[in-house]
Write a protein that binds this ligand. Sequence first.
Ligand code: NA7
Length: 552
Amino acid sequence: MEPSDIEPGAPSGGAPTAVDVLVVGAGITGIYQLYRALGAGFSAALVEAGDGVGGTWYWNRYPGARFDSESYTYGYLFSEELFDEWEWQEHFAQQPETERYLNHVVDRFDLRRHMRFGATVAAATFDESTACWTVTLGDGREVRARFLVAATGVLSVPFFPAVTGRDDFRGEQHHTGRWPATPVDVAGKRVAVIGTGSSGVQIIPALAETAASLTVYQRTANWCTPLNNRPITAAEQAQLRAECASIREVLNTSVAGFRHEPHDRATFEDSDAERLAFFETMWRSPGFAKLSSNYTDLLFDPAANAEWCAFIAAKVRSIVTDPDTAEQLLPRDHRFGEKRPPFVTGYYETFNDPTVDLVDLGRTPILRITEAGIETADGVRELDVIVWATGFDFGTGALARMGIRGRDGVALVDHWADGPKTFLGVQTSGFPNLFFPGGPHAAAGNNPRYNGDQVDFVTDALVFARDHGFDTIEVEPEAEERWTAMVDRGAAAAPFGERSYFFGSNIPGKPRKYLLNSGGRPKLFREIARVIDTDYEAFRLSRSSAGAGSTA
Ligand code: NA7
C-alpha cells in the first residue's frame, strides 16, 4: 500500500491517493482514530471540511462556548504524558482552550502531516471488485481507501428553521454551529438570538455584555441549572496528575463517562428539610452532577422529578426580578432531563439587564425575517445581528450528506430511510469497511468516552481483519437488527422524551427514531467483549477477488 500523500493545503487534483484507512473529520474522535490507525501500522490519512482541527470545537467558536463535561474527563486518556503535561485552566474549558488542546495533541503526536483541511467529502462509493472505498472530495480529487472511518460527529450539521425571508435580512447573521473565525463585534449593536438550547443559553449572557440591545426569541424554555465553573487551582492540578491512573480507571468503566459519585437515596426517603438541603448541594454542584449524582429516582418517578423542578423554579423566580419574564423562563412542556439539560453561567441574571428582552414565541411567533429585522405579531424589531442558536441535524446529519453508497450502489440514506440501523453504533450492513464511531446509536453520556471505546473497537477490528488476511469486514444483518431492536426497545424507557432532538424531532420530516445508545456503555462493553470472544462472529470477513492487502 502507498503511504498517504495528503498534506495540509495540498493542491487539488492530481493522481488518486491510496491509503488503508481514510478518516473523515478532525474532531476529537477523528484525531484519535487517526492516531490509533497509524499506531496499528496502517497507512492512514484524514480529511476535514474545516480549515483547522477541532470538529465541534472548531465550528462552535461562538462567545461563551465551553464544555459542560469536566475538562479532564473530556480530554484524551490514552497517554499519561499528555494527561500530565496539559494543564486545563478551568474545570469547564472555553472553546479556545479546547481548540488549543486539540491542536497540541495533533502536533505532539505528529498527526498534522496526515491531515488535509478544507476537504469536504462529496461522495463515497464502495467498489466490490477491489473491496475499496473511492472517496471524492469537493474539489474533485479522489482518495481510495480500504477502510473508511466517518468520524463526522453527531452535532455537525447546523439546522436553520424554514423561516420566511431569512435571506432578505440586510444585517449580519450567524449560526452558533458555524461561528466565523474573525470575531463578531456586537458592541453597540441590536442583536437577536433565536433558540434557547445549550448553545443559546451560553451565548446569550456573553452577547448581552456588549450589545446595545439583546432580544431572545424563545420557543420553549429549558431547565437550566448552574455550571459552577471555576479555575483549576495549582493544588487541584497536582492532585489530578497524582490521580491520573484512578481517573482513567473510573472514566473508562463508568456508565456515562463521568467521575461524579452516584447518590444512594431516593427523593422521598429524605424529609422536606433534608431534601431542600440536598437540592441546594445539587444546585452548587458541577455540570452534569445534577443528573448523575441526584436522587436515584429523579428520572424515573415523575413526583420526584417535580420536586427538583419546583426547586429550580423557585430559584429562577428568586433570580429574575420581572415576574412575567421569570414565568416565561420556566418550562411547561417537559420534566428535568427529558431534554438534554443545559448548564449555565449567569443566564437567568441576564434577563435583569434592561437592555435584554425575552420574546415568547408561543405568544408571538416569528412571522418572517425582513430586511430590517424580525417580524412577529407585535411588529418588526429592527436588528443589526441575528444569531441562529437553532440546533443541529443530530446523529445522522453528516453521514446523510456524504453521498455514501455501499454494495450494489445502495445509498446510505435509502438504507436508513426509516432511521439508522447499526451494530454497536459503528457499522451498518451492506456497507463493508465503513465505520462511524461517534455516530448514531453511539453515546449516552460524556461523548469522548463512548467515542473512544468505539475507536478502540474499530481499530481492533481492522487489525483482526488484516492479521487474518481479510480485506472486507461487514456486519451481519442479524447483528444489526439485534442492536437496533435493543436501541428501539430501550428508547421507550429512556429519560429523554420524543420532543428531544435525540429522537430527530427537531428536523421536519426526519424519522422519529432514537439516535443514542439506549443500552448505555455497559451494553456496549458487553457486546464488544462478545464480538472479540467469538472471533468477530457478528461480522462477515472475506477476501476480495483483487486479493487482500492492495488498495492501489
Ligand atoms: P438545541 O438544543 O437543539 O436547541 C435549539 C434551540 O433552537 C431550541 O431552543 C429550539 O426550541 C430552538 N428552535 C428550533 N427551531 C426553532 C424555530 N423554528 N423557531 C424558534 N426556535 C427554534 O441546539 P443547541 O445548539 O442549543 O445544543 C445542541 C447541543 O450542542 C447540546 O445539546 C450540547 O450537546 C451541545 P425548542 O426547544 O425546540 O422549542
